[in-house]
Ligand binder design. Structure first.
Ligand SMILES: [Zn+2]
Length: 149
């Protein structure tokens, strides 16, 4: 899936994320899917605890956001974005698994690395995590619930 996001929206996320470095940081992704492409309109902060290699959050927090934000802004929850401080830009196995369990359409990874004393960040989005998971694991069938689309 092609992912469209404005530089403004993306750079304000990066600023918030860089401030947390070297801790991980996570936000929810809000937008729409039109014509087979994802349009990201906003990232919303979510309460979570983190260190430099893990994030803990209450799924109920995300559900609350869904109830509060979705009807007002005509946006849907597309997934979450989180940072990988000094780590890969690829989602980890547990990132894929979490996305699958949560029914997320997108995984956003913001890689943050220190280069010559300066923090540098790259963001990449991954879609259809379930399909990726199927490829990565032998014998797992696509059990996506069609009602969730
Ligand atoms: Zn991760």
């Amino acid at each position: 899936m092609k992912v469209n996001v404005s530089q403004d929206v993306l750079s304000s996320f990066r600023r918030r994320a860089l401030r947390r470095y070297p801790k991980e940081y996570m936000e929810t992704i809000w937008g729409q899917v039109k014509g087979g492409e994802a349009y990201i309109y906003a990232f919303h902060p979510i309460k979570h605890k983190s260190d430099n290699e893990s994030i803990e959050y209450e799924p109920a927090e995300i559900e609350e956001q869904r109830d509060e934000e979705a009807p007002l802004e005509k946006m849907m929850l597309l997934g979450t974005i989180h940072t990988h401080p000094d780590s890969s830009i690829e989602p980890s196995q547990s990132d894929w698994e979490t996305a699958r369990v949560d029914g997320d359409m997108l995984i956003g990874i913001c890689q943050i690395v220190m280069i010559k004393g300066r923090k540098s960040s790259r963001v990449r989005f991954y879609s259809e995590p379930i399909d990726e998971l199927v490829k990565g694991k032998n014998g797992v069938t696509d059990n996506r619930n069609p009602a969730r689309n």
